[in-house]
Design a protein around this ligand. Sequence first.
Ligand SMILES: [Zn+2]
Length: 129
Amino acid sequence: MSEKGSKFYAITKMKCPRCHEGDLFPGSNHFSFSKFTHMYKTCPVCNQSFEPEPGYYYGAMFVSYGINSAIFVAVWVTLALIVDEVTLTMMMVAIVTIVVGLLPFNYRFSRSIWINMMIKYKGIAAKKE
Ligand SMILES: [Zn+2]
């Protein structure tokens, strides 16, 4: 699953969807709060545009929403397993902490999923055109 050529590889490694070589984002720490919104305009390896049109990542917000919904369910289940009674306060504190803590990762991860849904893998990079 997690080798070059699979969507899973490209999404989790946050690689260019076309060549699976170039990075989508500068820096390797996807959990850092500094400059997490920085993204390359084109692939440093194959020159694939990472923003083919304005507002391209509008849809990534829905992916992000999906991820946050999954977090919500996971937190709920986890809390239900470890405490006798899950209170609203517990839920809010846990969810806000996790969602805010994962903000940089979620931002990058949802964009990575989005662009990989849209652009197909073309194999090892044909050099810059
Ligand atoms: Zn590329």
